[in-house]
Design a protein around this ligand. Structure first.
Ligand code: E4P
Length: 217
C-alpha cells in the first residue's frame, strides 16, 4: 500500500521524504489556502521533493472550467494528478482529462456507486473520505471494502486512495482491505511511528549495554 501525505506544507513533506517512506502527496483547496506563497510554485516544489504523484484540485464547478484548470495544473509538472470533485461536471471533466492522458483523482467520494462511475470515466484514483463518514455515524471503512471488492471484480485499473484518515486504525484497516493508497495527515504519520514499549525497550537495551561496559576492565 502506498503512503501519501495529506498536506500542502513543504516542511512536513520534506521531513517525511527524507525518511524515505513517502510515495506521494494529496492537497486540496483548504490545505493549500493555509500555506504562504504562490500555490503553483508550491505545487512545483512539492513535486520536486516527492518525485511521485501530487494531487492538485480544481476550484471551478463547471466541466469546461475544470478542464481548463486541470490542463493548467497538469502543465506545472509531470507528477501532478488533477483532482476533481465527484459531481456530474467533475465526471465529465475526468473523462476528457483522462482521455488526454492526464491522471485524475476523483475526490469527495461517499458511496460505492460514485466510485464506480468515476472508474468508468477513467479516473486514476478515487478518494473515499472515511473520517467524514465516521463523523456522521457511518463506518467509513465499510465504503472502502465495497469499492475494493467492486474494482477487483472487474479489474478496474483505478486505484482506491483512502482519504480523510484520522488515526492509525484507518491505516491498518485500509491495508487489510487491500486499498492501493492511504493519504494521511502528517501528525497521524508521526503518531504511527510511536509506541511506548519501543521507547522503554530501547532505554533498557542501552542501560544494560552501558552497565556491562562499566563493569569491564
Ligand atoms: C483527500 O485528498 C483530502 O484532502 C482529505 O483527506 C480530506 O480530509 P479531512 O476530512 O480530514 O479534511
Amino acid at each position: 500500500m502506498k503512503l501519501f501525505v495529506d498536506t500542502g506544507n513543504l516542511k512536513d513533506i520534506q521531513a517525511l521524504a527524507e525518511i524515505g517512506i513517502l510515495d506521494g502527496v494529496t492537497t486540496n483547496p483548504s490545505l493549500l489556502a493555509k500555506e504562504p506563497g504562490d500555490y503553483k510554485q508550491n505545487l512545483k516544489q512539492i513535486c520536486q521533493i516527492v518525485q511521485g504523484p501530487v494531487s492538485a484540485e480544481v476550484v471551478a464547478t463547471d466541466s469546461a472550467g475544470m478542464i481548463r484548470e486541470g490542463r493548467e495544473l497538469a502543465a506545472i509538472d509531470d507528477h501532478i494528478v488533477v483532482k476533481v470533485p465527484f459531481t456530474v461536471e467533475g465526471v465529465k471533466a475526468c473523462k476528457t482529462l483522462a482521455g488526454e492522458g492526464k491522471h485524475v483523482n476523483v475526490t469527495l467520494i461517499f458511496s460505492a456507486t460514485q466510485a464506480w462511475l468515476a472508474a468508468k470515466a477513467g479516473a486514476s484514483y478515487v478518494s473515499p473520505f472515511v473520517g467524514r463518514l465516521d463523523d456522521i455515524g457511518t463506518t467509513g471503512m465499510n465504503l472502502v471494502r465495497e469499492i475494493v471488492d467492486i474494482f477487483d471484480n472487474f479489474d478496474y485499473a483505478t486505484e482506491v486512495l483512502v482519504a480523510s484518515v484520522r488515526n492509525p486504525i484507518h491505516i491498518v484497516e485500509a491495508a487489510r482491505m487491500g486499498a492501493d493508497v492511504v493519504t494521511v495527515p502528517s501528525a497521524v504519520i508521526q503518531q504511527s511511528f510511536k509506541h511506548p514499549l519501543t521507547d522503554l525497550g530501547l532505554k533498557k537495551f542501552l542501560e544494560d549495554w552501558e552497565k556491562a561496559q562499566a563493569t569491564r576492565v
